[in-house]
Design a protein around this ligand. Structure first.
Ligand SMILES: [Fe+2]
Length: 291
């Protein structure tokens, strides 16, 4: 199923199934009616959060069925406690596995973070301590998840507003170490890199340079809100800002292969035309980077 990444920029994805996917949009109920009713879209795929669809009928099931008639579907988890400490939720993973097969998703991604502590659901994506012990634990768990799901899996770098004390490495090194030790892929959220670069005062481009870009199988971009001069909130409820477009361009030009780029919009939904304009700008950036 896997194949080697091409050595030149613009080569094929390291994982089969991503061919032909360029820019895509997160399928949200707040957007669904306008999107499904539109006659054309710049989106070449849609992404769903499977936890919202496993075992669910009614409107959600109808929305997904009608989306599948028109677009390939990628699956991105939100509350799988992907790198957490609690025992794996095999019931949830079994449901997700069924959904991945049903929609033909080529891979599965979730966040490199904790969503539970001590059995309690945090309803937050909590950044992990950047330590060797965390790397080993997360990698072991990610290998277990991949075994259960039987598809390639990818971890997403998360946005954060505070970190555990006494880190043994920086964030980019932590992400690289987990990906390499787990043998998994990376879903690179460029907006999260930008948000963290402001919140923690690091160089976003140096962070990108330190990542295993050859393992990136998908990218995310989104808008954020500004809480103060040096505090950004990763809300997915605003337009993408120019520095994030620029960071995406920088990233794509350094990647050895192409990978689909997803626009995440989770709230404060504008008219679809505004999101379509963002998608077209993203497609132009991808095209320029491939050239
Ligand atoms: Fe994301």
């Amino acid at each position: 199923m896997e194949r080697e990444a091409d050595s030149k920029r613009g080569g094929a994805s390291p994982v089969a199934g991503g061919e032909g996917l360029t820019v895509g949009l997160g399928l949200r109920l707040g957007l669904a009616e306008e999107l499904l009713g539109s006659s054309s879209s710049a989106a070449t795929f849609l992404e769903i959060c499977p936890e919202n669809y496993v075992g669910v009928g009614g409107r959600r099931a109808r929305v997904l069925a009608s989306a599948r008639e028109r677009w390939p579907i990628l699956c991105h988890g939100l509350c799988g406690d992907f790198a957490g400490l609690a025992p794996l939720n095999l019931e949830l993973l079994g449901g997700i596995k069924g959904l991945l097969r049903e929609v033909g998703a080529p891979w599965y991604s979730d966040h490199l973070c904790w969503t539970q502590v001590g059995g309690a659901e945090l309803h937050e994506l909590v950044a992990m301590p950047f330590t060797e012990a965390s790397v080993r634990r997360a990698a072991r768990r990610l290998r277990e998840v991949a075994e259960v799901l039987e598809v390639p899996i990818a971890v997403e770098n998360v946005s954060a507003y505070g970190h555990a004390v006494s880190p043994e490495m920086d964030e980019a090194s932590f992400v690289r170490a987990v990906v390499e030790e787990a043998g998994c892929y990376l879903l690179l959220d460029v907006n999260n890199v930008y948000v963290n670069s402001v919140n923690f005062g690091f160089d976003a481009r140096a962070y990108i340079d330190a990542l295993p870009l050859e393992r990136v199988i998908q990218l995310h971009v989104a808008g954020h809100d500004t809480e103060g001069e040096d505090m950004l909130l990763d809300t997915h409820a605003a337009a993408i800002v120019d520095p994030v477009y620029a960071l995406l361009d920088y990233t794509l030009r350094r990647m050895p292969h192409s990978a689909p780029v997803l626009l995440e919009r989770d709230g404060n939904f504008p008219p679809l035309a505004e999101l379509e304009a963002e998608l077209r700008r993203l497609a132009e950036i991808m095209e320029g980077a491939r050239g």
